[in-house]
Design a protein around this ligand. Structure first.
Ligand code: SF4
Ligand code: SF4
Length: 301
């Protein structure tokens, strides 16, 4: 058995802002809601969402022998994320100016696991960050890291929603588990719904991926074109207006400092850029995976 306090302290030492621990149990309620969402045809061309549904809501199925899930979160809220981009024709989601969080979070989770092994040498674990069919937001909500906002993102009362999540699924029990936050939520706020350029946020707190600019500029191919409102990679419009982000502190972990400037990707530059130049400028950011052609197409739309 590992102490919850040990886990919390270690995760904070490694640089996470928020940590919670829950049992590796199935999340039946969340799974059923997700199935209803899929039945409504909402996944559209994102077919990967239709696979591994049971595993997505059951960490025990995802990793044999798992007993507990440690959910960690870290803020990436930057001055760029808070800046007014209303006049810009080259808007980029704030996280995309940073080193790819998949790399950084995986390294941080490995560091947490290694430090935990000092206290529990037999500990076995698997680390995930947006890389397995695990509903991270659902486990994070269960662990008290926040609630699911109207824009379907996890919102924490102190840090807002510009958070990266990562999980360690471990084969040991913990002496105390966390529970969801009580009495906190969006209240009567509707700011994100009103700010979404394409009306992609539905009343039931789900997203129409066909209309969501974030999905359209990064993941989704085909279908009718939708206005991108100047976004060339991702979209932060619904997060920029969230009062919890407006009042949140800027990120404090330097691993999440931007490594490129958005100005490097203005349409005129993209138009004449070679693949080599693009890879050199985009470096380890998530934009490299999207590729120059995709950004160029988004900028031209
Ligand atoms: S990411 Fe952009 S398009 Fe998608 S729901 Fe939020 S505001 Fe709307
Ligand atoms: S903008 Fe308002 S409604 Fe939307 S997630 Fe934030 S608090 Fe909730």
């Amino acid at each position: 058995m590992i102490g919850r306090n040990v886990i919390i302290n270690v995760a904070h030492e490694v640089g996470f802002d928020l940590v919670g621990v829950v049992r590796a149990e199935p999340l039946n309620e969340e799974r059923n809601r997700f199935k209803e969402w899929l039945l409504g045809g909402n996944a559209s061309t994102l077919h990967y969402l239709e696979r591994n549904i049971e595993k997505r809501f059951d960490a025990g199925l995802l990793v044999d022998g798992s007993r507990s899930v440690i959910i960690c979160a870290v803020s990436y809220l930057s001055p760029y994320a808070k800046s007014d981009l209303s006049g810009s024709s080259t808007k980029i989601a704030a996280y995309a100016l940073n080193r790819d969080y998949h790399l950084t979070i995986k390294e941080m989770l490995a560091e947490v696991a290694q430090r935990l092994k000092v206290f529990a040498p037999q500990l076995r674990y698997r680390a995930f960050t947006d890389s397995a069919p695990l509903s991270e937001k659902s486990y994070a909500r269960r662990a008290g890291l926040g609630w699911i906002g109207r824009n379907s993102l996890l919102v924490n009362p102190k840090y807002g929603s510009m958070l990266h999540l990562g999980e360690l699924i471990i084969d040991d029990v913990v002496d105390e588990y966390d529970t969801p936050l009580v009495g906190m939520g969006c209240g009567s706020c509707h700011a994100c719904v009103d700010a979404c350029p394409n009306g992609a946020i539905r009343e039931d707190r789900t997203i129409d991926t066909r209309r969501c600019i974030s999905c359209r500029t990064i993941e989704r191919e085909g279908g009718d074109a939708v206005p991108l409102d100047g976004w060339i990679f991702g979209c932060d419009a619904c997060q920029k207006v969230c009062p919890f982000n407006l009042h949140a502190p800027l990120h404090s972990n330097p691993k999440f400092d931007p490594i490129v400037a958005a100005e490097e990707f203005v349409a005129e530059r993209l138009a004449s850029m070679t693949d080599e130049e693009f890879r050199a400028i985009a470096g380890d950011t998530p934009m490299t995976r999207a590729g120059l052609d995709r950004l160029r197409r988004n900028a031209e739309q």
